[in-house]
Design a protein around this ligand. Structure first.
Ligand code: TXA
Ligand code: MG
Length: 326
């Protein structure tokens, strides 16, 4: 992974379209803002994040306020590398194996926070566990190295709304209150990270995401799905990821007043993937929902998406979006 100065000039890896460059001076400015307790919007390979100094409770409070996020919903802390995570978290064996295999990448691990390790209690919503992730995005990597510590960074959208996969989405969500933003173009994966917790040594799928269940299970065996057990993800309790329009799932055709989001054989107004490719569909999901929503239909109808591989996370987001309004 490159140092701070690699972020400028070259096409930023982790972005679907280039070239979009972020100047070294912008990286330095972002790090200075974080040090001063201000918020910064950062690109990641999944979605854009709203970052604050994870050790600064006032900065983290401002983050919750801007997102209007309930304070019982803890944030993900982003670290520069797995060694830094190990200094802050007590990782079970399975977590260490996943970290080795998939970091940097779209995987978030939840594990006990070492007392005094520096992520403030507010960022953890008072829990004694912490969600940590290492993103490969060169711009975020450069910011973290300049800043010198972890940042708390949930998705950069008002709480409960669609996650942003471009700078335009972030600005549409926060308007004039948008903090300093590092624009590295559209996010390559377009779907949030997969969140894995542990009940002792048993891995638990807390949120389906851009790393599919099958590749994780190939490393650590069967993932349990939380059902009132010890490990829970507070962010999964409410409905999330909602467009303004109502959503109708498993649709083969549009009815009057509806816009149809296609997939595979269902062509639709626009298609997540005419070829039926789930990675393409994941990358386009939020962008196309944002686009259709901007046309203010009464309802967005969505073609059936198979539930294997990345389809699990896509269907999870669609189900939550549909639950919000119907
Ligand atoms: O791809 C991503 O994960 C993006 C980018 C910006 O990194 N971030 C993101 O963060 O989606 P956020 O805050 O929107 O989602 C974090 C999820 C929530 O569902 C939250 O409840 C869960 O992780 N989480 C955080 N800390 C947790 C903890 N200690 N225990 C269980 N779940 C936790
Ligand atoms: Mg979010």
């Amino acid at each position: 992974m490159g140092g701070a100065h690699d972020a400028g000039g070259d096409r930023a890896a982790g972005c679907a379209e280039g070239p979009v460059s972020v100047a070294p001076a912008e990286i330095a400015h972002a790090a200075a803002l974080l040090r001063a307790g201000a918020l910064v919007v950062v690109p990641t390979e999944t979605v854009y994040g709203l970052a604050a100094d994870a050790a600064n409770p006032a900065a983290v409070a401002a983050l919750y306020a801007l997102k209007e996020r309930p304070r019982f919903n803890p944030l993900i802390a982003h670290f520069a590398d797995a060694e830094e995570v190990e200094r802050a978290l007590v990782l079970p064996t399975g977590a260490r194996r996943l970290a080795q295999r998939f970091w940097p990448g779209p995987l978030t691990l939840v594990a006990p926070h070492r007392p005094g390790a520096g992520v403030c209690a507010l960022a953890r919503a008072g829990l004694d566990t912490l969600a940590a992730r290492v993103s490969p995005h060169p711009v975020l990597q450069a910011v973290l190295r300049h800043f010198g510590g972890p940042v708390a960074a949930p998705s950069a959208n008002p709480s409960g709304r669609l996650s942003p996969t471009s700078a335009a989405h972030v600005r549409a969500g926060f308007g004039a209150r948008t903090p300093f933003l590092l624009d590295a173009g559209p996010c390559a994966l377009g779907l949030e990270s997969t969140v894995i917790g542990f009940d002792g040594e048993t891995p638990v799928l807390l949120r389906a995401g851009a790393l599919s269940r099958d590749v994780i299970e190939a490393e650590v065996g069967r993932l349990r799905t939380p059902q009132g057990g010890a490990v829970q993800s507070p962010g999964q309790l409410g409905s999330h990821y909602a467009p303004r329009a109502r959503l109708r799932l498993q649709a083969e055709a549009a009815t009057p007043g509806e816009l149809l989001l296609g997939f595979g054989p269902v062509a639709g107004e626009v298609s997540l993937s005419p070829a039926g490719d789930l990675a393409e569909a994941a990358a386009k999901l939020f962008e196309l929902l944002h686009q259709l929503d901007a046309r203010a239909p009464t309802c967005i109808a969505v073609a059936p998406i198979p539930n294997h591989g990345l389809g699990e996370a896509i269907n999870d987001r669609l189900a939550r979006a549909a639950a919000e309004r119907c």
